[in-house]
Design a protein around this ligand. Structure first.
Ligand code: NAD
Length: 520
């Protein structure tokens, strides 16, 4: 964070931004190691979701700027991939420390642009993001190849992993630090150069992360940043120098990017939307289950791809509903920078309208509104995009509030008589990102984990996001591609394998005639 004087007033200005014609700071592009002001005539406003005040502007980069960014990545690729992996590791070891040293500033930026509570924002930066960078620092061991000596007389085979070239990342708004950090650190330590396009709604955090990477010693051109919406995304899908695209976001965008990028011969990994079910068995620990459900449904105002947005109460556990409602009522809805805030605002007024209309659609289709978070008034933040915790019960699979991802603080509740019935419901839902079961019975948990067709499963763990040594394994309608983000799969995504077979014969073992059959 630097301070600039604007209209005789000292205002905090995020790194990578500079004065625009008014007091609103603009977000810069990062091209070839320089933070530069875009020459575009098209700008988008960035809003504080708690007030809807404009806190910055972000450019839609011009074609010329986007070409300059990719050219910079291409020029930097050869020297960067030739740099020893130990040198690349050292840069990222310094980087993880710089992120830790700047957690407060990064968290403030997240709360300002994205709205989540400061405590949650710090969790986004420390708990989740830094671990991926730390994992990337183990790359010298993780990138080891394989060897098989003496596959035939005097012949050995070995493989090694190599980077693939220029890679690109397209990020969503809901985790401004964590998701960009799923992308460029692993890609870059593997030896690739990287083009990032952050979410146009929350670009500030990525810009500060890029500045910290520069400070850690990343050479110019190894990371470039462009901004924009559809044109920037299509540019990434089409540019021939870009070999791989990592995308996280909604289904319409993710399907489009997967199709367009794949048609252009690129690798694409595309993490998309979700409808995560929490199954509550009657033998579960009631107190733990209710607390975990409430936290996972309403934390970050439900704007997490792993939020538990759907609960299935099996058998008599349905009697716990009144307590679930009471516990949910106790959450405090407030601006993210206010002490004690539990539920933050939604990202935009449009998101608020959409969430409220999905709540109404549930009511219209016969669901029971046990808790209504619409018309939540937050004192001092009357213009914010607030929706309080909302619970709809008696929901059936055909209702719109069940078929659509709501991405707000709304828990839809279904009931089932048996575990089999719950599993069938979940396996018929098109999404396969995450799920959780609450039970004290090991056999029930085992049956569930084996039969449910979902990528990430928690047993008494409400948000089972895997640590970076594993991979983020969302499946079915929540993912397109072959290899998931981070972990061993993430390294496979950003590398290719070269296989060398060599024969070194002793001088007296000369081949005496040509072999015209396929050698074995
Ligand atoms: P979004 O799809 O609107 O935006 C994501 C990115 O795609 C942005 O950079 C945006 O500029 C671009 N984009 C948006 N619409 C586009 C279009 N039609 N064509 C081309 N590009 C487009 O997503 P969001 O609202 O920022 O994020 C919320 C979504 O992301 C939710 O659906 C959530 O479930 C999902 N998400 C998934 C994961 C996961 O790992 N599965 C993680 C976080 C968020």
């Amino acid at each position: 964070i630097i301070l600039r004087t604007v209209l005789n007033k000292k205002v905090p200005l995020q790194m990578g931004r500079m004065c625009y014609s008014s007091s609103v700071p603009t977000t810069k592009l990062l091209i070839d190691g320089k933070f530069i002001e875009s020459k575009t005539s098209e700008w988008l406003d960035i809003h504080n979701p708690a007030t809807n005040e404009v806190v910055g502007r972000v450019p839609k980069a011009t074609q010329e700027e986007m070409l300059a960014a990719v050219d910079s990545c291409s020029r930097a690729y050869r020297p960067w991939s030739d740099t020893s992996i130990l040198s690349r590791q050292q840069i990222f070891l310094r980087y993880q420390q710089l992120i830790k040293d700047n957690i407060k500033e990064l968290a403030k930026l997240i709360t300002l642009e994205q709205g989540k509570t400061l405590a949650d924002a710090e969790g986004d930066v420390i708990e989740d993001s830094v671990k991926v960078v730390e994992y990337a620092c183990s790359m010298p061991s993780l990138m080891l190849g394989e060897t098989l000596p003496s596959i035939t007389k005097d012949m050995d085979t070995f493989t090694y992993r190599l980077p693939i070239g220029v890679c690109a990342g397209i990020a969503p708004f809901n985790f401004p630090a964590m998701i960009p950090l799923w992308m460029f650190p692993i890609g870059m330590v593997c030896g690739n150069t990287y083009l990032m396009k952050p979410s146009e709604r929350v670009p500030g955090c990525t810009m500060l992360l890029a500045k910290l990477l520069q400070d850690a010693g990343a050479p110019d051109g190894t990371l470039n940043i462009i901004h924009g919406q559809h044109a920037a995304v299509n540019f990434i899908c089409d540019h021939p120098a870009i070999k791989a695209i990592s995308f996280v976001g909604s289904n319409p965008a993710g399907e489009h990017i997967y199709e367009r990028g794949s048609k252009n011969g690129k690798r694409v990994q595309s993490n998309m939307g979700a409808k995560n079910h929490g199954v509550v068995m009657p033998d579960a620990n009631k107190e733990n289950t209710i607390n975990q459900l409430v936290g996972a449904a309403f934390g970050a105002a439900g704007q997490r791809c792993m939020a538990l947005s759907t609960a299935i109460f099996v058998g008599e556990s349905r009697d716990w509903l009144p307590e679930l409602v009471e516990r949910s009522k106790s959450l405090r809805v407030n601006a993210g920078d206010q002490p004690g805030a539990d539920v933050c605002p939604l990202i935009s007024p449009e998101a608020k309208v959409r969430v409220e209309s999905l709540i109404q659609s549930g009511v219209d289709e016969g669901a029971k509104l046990l808790l209504d978070g619409r018309n939540t008034n937050v004192k001092g933040y009357e213009n914010g995009n607030f929706v309080g915790p909302t619970i709809l019960s008696g929901v059936s699979p055909a209702m719109k509030c069940y078929t659509e991802e709501i991405f707000g603080p709304v828990l839809v509740v279904l009931e089932a008589d048996t575990l089999d019935e719950a599993i069938t419901l979940i396996n018929n839902n098109p999404y396969g990102n995450g799920t959780a079961i609450f039970t004290t019975n090991g056999a029930t948990a085992r049956k569930y984990t084996h039969e449910v067709d979902v990528g990430q499963i928690g047993v008494n763990v409400p948000i089972p996001v895997p640590l970076p040594m594993f991979s983020f394994t969302g499946s079915r309608g929540s993912f397109r591609g072959d290899t998931n983000f981070y972990g061993k799969q993430g390294i496979s995504f950003y590398t290719q394998i070269k296989t060398v077979t060599s024969q070194w014969k002793a001088e007296d073992a000369t081949v005496t005639s040509p072999a015209v059959t396929m050698p074995t």
